[in-house]
Design a protein around this ligand. Structure first.
Ligand code: MOS
Length: 725
């Protein structure tokens, strides 16, 4: 890849902030040298439901360095929810330590502030809390099915008549797919340094969406949003866990208010299981009907999942089933059980990542039943119209993704009959799946500052965007470089500060499209103003340095803003992709290897193939993690998680990962936005799990519908010859 002296968009340049990161100079939330800061350690409940009846903090109060112990008894009074079960969003308030009631194992029950981190941790260990346990805690998902409720009026969707469609079908697949609780576990722990100064709040915090985090803080403390400043120039991964504001930030601010000093609080890896979101367990019942010729007649997707007892979050697993295929009769139902576990929240491709496992496995099952090639079956049911939104897709190159991927992967060498491709002890299988992910774009503001220094123009870009490891710095610099015709090394990107122009932050795959179109607008405004001042025609190319000189300026500022057009709203805007996987399964032990994968992505204009490739392989790795290892298990008596560290919550490592070949289709979607960008942050994970599970079926003849697919489960399914479809 060309990486030197490159400029503008579309080039595979190295990350502009890469050097800082490698040198350890990129400052993460708790690395800021804030004067006078003290440290806090939070305390977690050891029951799942009940109430605190006594707190003995005598020993902790006398421990060295302790400045304050905060519990519900002395905590600052915060805004609490007006309704019983509010739906959580990215700007939802986060009241904490407001009562003696316990709703889940690990809920925050106290905070110790001390001069050093070690003193705070030690003192926290000395606090004795007595609880009155309520034995009615809802911990067992299996036993609580009858308590399921519809989370909102929108939880049921239907078009046509699914039951009629099933009657018209020649073949029916009716199967249930299971995905477990998963945790995000970004490399950088959730952490903050917070300072309360006379009602003005300054926090360094690892957050994905700064404006929404500021709204959540202002709402919780009932102070104006303008009095909240959040700084997060570097965020060490988020995957959704840092979209919303979690309780630790509120506790740190409260503690600072109470001790009159800045307070640093880090959520430990262990606490990240209980206090910073999770993906919930999903049980997905699929019913699909098709004619002998492969025409889909019905698609029903019913999801049973869980939320907490205090708030609602529904992962929209059924979303993908509403728009993916040309099926006239469609039903999607979502139900939740309120459990005494923490409130789940968005995790990378919420809905699609898990929903596509069910949908794309079931589609594969139907293709097998119809004796159709699974690629041809998908292509037969492709739709250029989004039947759910009743709008045309702005662009949908799914067929191209499947065809090009099949060619790159060598799909023609696949043996249709399972257990026929063998090498020694290995059973070899090929699997395919189709992917789609909403490609949103949201209002974004940006500011650029031009400075003429000698003959060079140096540019500063400012916006409250975040770089969660995705490459925002780099693509923002490339965009400014492209539209100002200035080399990247003369562009200084300043992001991660709510003092800068408002953006939607990083989440939901909207970051790249939103940020870059905002920057493009600021660049265009700057040039146009400089030209208008000197009566230069719009389409005449004048170097920026000359433009400034002609205006007798050595510095100039301009702002810009981009938002979805009226045209955008007339279309359904999604990215599409296809995944191909080859697995080798040991016929005796059930151990398997993901040998190679091909991903084809149609995601509009690719701003930087190198960072985009990083996004896709990151997504694919998380998708593989869903299949080979990731799961958080609930202890059935206490409601604690059994998997509480990286020793037992396994994620893929390099050795687990295949040779991954990523292909980006050349595309610009000008309906999506002016620059033609669609998102790729979440496309990469979508349907990866199904492509691996489908490959395992092709290898072994065993249909695995319960993630993760461990060797034990494969052995239980019976690895002896025969097909159990
Ligand atoms: Mo994402 S789950 O919007 O970080």
């Amino acid at each position: 890849m060309k990486t030197s002296n490159a400029t503008g968009i579309g080039n595979a340049i190295n990350r502009v902030e890469g050097h800082l990161k490698v040198m350890g100079k990129a400052k993460y939330a708790t690395e800021f040298p804030v004067e006078n800061k003290v440290y806090a350690q939070s305390i977690n409940s050891t029951i799942a439901k009940g109430e605190i009846i006594s707190i003995d903090a005598t020993a902790a109060e006398q421990a060295a360095g302790v400045l304050k112990i905060i519990t519900y008894k002395n905590a600052d009074k915060l805004k609490t929810f007006d309704e019983a079960m509010p739906s959580v969003s990215t700007d939802t308030i986060a009241p904490v330590l407001q009562s003696n009631k316990i709703h889940f194992y690990g809920e925050y029950v106290g905070l110790v502030v001390a001069k050093t981190f070690e003193q705070a941790q030690y003192a926290a260990s000395l606090i004795k809390i007595e609880y009155k346990k309520d034995n009615s805690a809802v911990i067992d998902f299996e036993k609580s099915r009858s308590k399921a409720f519809a989370p909102s009026k929108k939880s049921d969707y239907s078009r046509g008549d699914v039951e009629k469609g099933l009657k018209e079908a020649d073949e029916i697949i009716e199967q249930t797919y299971h995905t477990p609780i998963e945790h995000h576990h970004p490399m950088e722990l959730h952490a903050t340094i917070a300072n309360w100064d006379n009602g003005k709040v300054l926090v360094y915090a690892s957050q994905q969406m700064l404006e929404d985090a500021a709204i959540a803080i202002s709402g919780t403390f009932q102070i104006p949003t303008k009095d909240v400043r959040i700084i997060a120039p570097f965020v060490g991964g988020g995957f959704g866990s840092k979209l919303n504001l979690n309780g630790h930030v509120i506790m740190a601010i409260m503690a600072s208010k109470m001790v009159g000093q800045p307070v640093q609080l880090t959520v430990t890896r262990n606490q990240m299981f209980t206090n910073t979101n999770m993906r919930q367990k999903n049980e997905q019942k699929m019913r699909i009907g098709a004619k002998k010729d492969g025409t889909l007649t019905a698609l029903s997707h019913e999801v049973l999942s869980h939320t907490s007892t205090t708030a609602i979050f529904q992962e929209p697993c059924g979303m993908i089933s509403k728009m993916m295929y040309n099926v006239p009769n469609n039903l999607v139902k979502e139900r939740l059980i309120a459990m005494n576990l923490q409130t789940p929240f968005a995790m990378r491709a919420p809905g699609e990542a898990t929903g596509s496992f069910a949908l794309e496995s079931a589609i594969d099952e139907m293709a097998w039943k119809l004796k159709m090639d699974p690629i041809e079956f998908r292509i037969k049911n492709d739709s250029q119209h989004d039947l759910h939104a009743d709008k045309p897709f702005s662009s949908r190159l799914l067929v191209e993704c499947l065809r090009i991927g099949a060619d790159k992967f060598g799909w023609k060498d696949r043996k249709e009959q399972p257990r026929t491709n063998k090498k020694g002890n290995w059973l070899i299988g090929y699997g395919v799946s189709a992917a789609s992910r909403n490609a949103p774009f949201q209002k974004t503001n940006a500011k650029i500052i031009l400075k003429l220094e000698e003959k060079k123009v140096n540019v500063t870009v400012q916006m409250d965007a975040t770089d969660i490891g995705t490459g925002s710095y780099t693509i923002i610099a490339q965009t400014a470089s492209e539209y100002l015709q200035i080399p990247v090394d003369q562009i200084d990107v300043q992001i991660g500060d709510t003092d800068f122009p408002v953006t939607p932050g990083s989440g939901g795959s909207w970051g790249a499209a939103s940020y870059c179109n905002g920057v493009q607008s600021a660049c265009e405004n700057a040039i146009n103003k400089l030209k208008v001042n000197r009566n230069i025609k719009k389409d005449k190319t004048v170097p920026l340095a000359d433009l400034l000189k002609m205006n007798q300026l050595t510095s100039f500022e301009a702002e810009g803003s981009a938002e979805p057009s009226l045209e955008f709203k007339k279309y359904s805007v999604f990215s599409f992709g296809a995944n191909f996987t080859e697995v080798w399964v040991d016929k005796d032990t059930g151990m398997y290897r993901i040998k190679r994968m091909v991903n084809v992505a149609s995601a509009g204009k690719i701003l930087n193939p190198k960072t985009a490739y990083g996004q896709i392989i990151g997504g694919i790795t998380m998708g593989a993690g869903m299949v080979i290892a990731e799961q958080t298990k609930v202890e059935p008596n206490f409601g604690n998680f059994i998997t509480r560290s990286f020793a037992d919550y396994h994620v893929p490592v390099n050795l687990d990962m295949a040779n991954v070949n990523v292909v980006f289709l050349p595309e610009e979607d000008k309906i999506a936005n002016k620059m033609g960008i669609k998102g790729i942050g979440e496309l990469g994970i979508t349907s990866v799990a199904a492509s691996i599970a489908n490959a395992i079926f092709n290898a072994t003849g065993k249909r695995m519908r319960d993630l993760p697919i461990t060797p034990e489960k494969l052995i239980e399914a019976g690895l002896e010859p025969g097909i159990s479809a």
